[in-house]
Ligand binder design. Sequence first.
Ligand code: SF4
Length: 371
Amino acid sequence: MKYLDEYRDEKIAHALAQEIRERVTHPWVLMEICGGQTHTIMRYGIDELLPREVELVHGPGCPVCVTPLETIDKALELAALPDLTLVSYGDMLRVPGSSSDLFHAKANGSDVRVVYSPLEALKLARANPARKIVFLAIGFETTAPANAMAVWQARREGLNNFSVLASHVLVPPAMRLLLGSPDNRVQGFIAPGHVCTVMGYRQYEEMVNEFRVPIVVGGFEPVDLLEAILMLVRQLEEGRAVMENQYVRSVTRDGNLPAQQIVETVFEVCDQKWRGIGTIPQSGLRIRPEFSAHDAEKIFGMSEIKVEEPTECISAQVLKGLKKPPDCPAFANGCTPESPLGAPMVSAEGACAAYYRYRRHKVLQERVCNG
Ligand code: SF4
């Protein structure tokens, strides 16, 4: 299949890994931002192809993982209301809030439904004028345009029974936070290809200049990631720090301008809490006042909820690249995809779920050997 087979070609992958081995003379810590990239790395054993000098740590780019507990609790509060249907993507149903999750709310009689796009939620609103339809809209810049379009379309059609509970996050402010942190270990970033397909990479150029850190936009197949790693290693070994784009088949410098325009029309930038990390200034999107008739927070007068993360979950350190999932004592030992303690074990894009799926036996073997 074009654009797929050649990016999974074993010979090309091994040749790239060999070139990385030949180039490396120093230890380097690289972070892939996106959870989809983490899964490819684990699935194809890309980290095991690399020389020991190149360490990959996993970033905060899993939208489900960074959605705050408070948002899940708000969704649960809404789902309990009569005449209300709460709609979201399937993987949000199992994300634990502070005391329950939407899956259990559904099992207990709440009207919670799964959709594949916000436009399906709009259809539900049109078909059920007597019910209030609330779409739980989470994600990075990648999902923001479709969610913005749903709000814009609802206002255009006067669909006053449709609203959105929005919890959107932006990648560059989180990278800035990591880079500015005194315990930062990351020396080069693989920027998220899907986010950059929408937003382009101008914002990352600013970061390269400010922090003197190399950033390469990377795709999601094994050859994409090995090529992005090679591009970063070349820069680091040569003492350069520039913005480069490995994912040229999808990403341009300016990105998708109409998609950016609809996001700008419907949303405004705000401070945002990230699960496991805390509040990052100017790192989220909220619905503009002009569209408040479709803003669930405003319509239902939702108050601020404060909740604590389970103490045994170290997802904050995992999401900042300071620790890896097997470092967590609860990994596969109380925390599993069937019974997750933290969001990185729930989501298909979560780093803990990736290690559990592809490395669990190795981690458990090592634990037995180490007593
Ligand atoms: S393994 Fe579970 S408890 Fe540990 S960091 Fe991951 S999600 Fe949290």
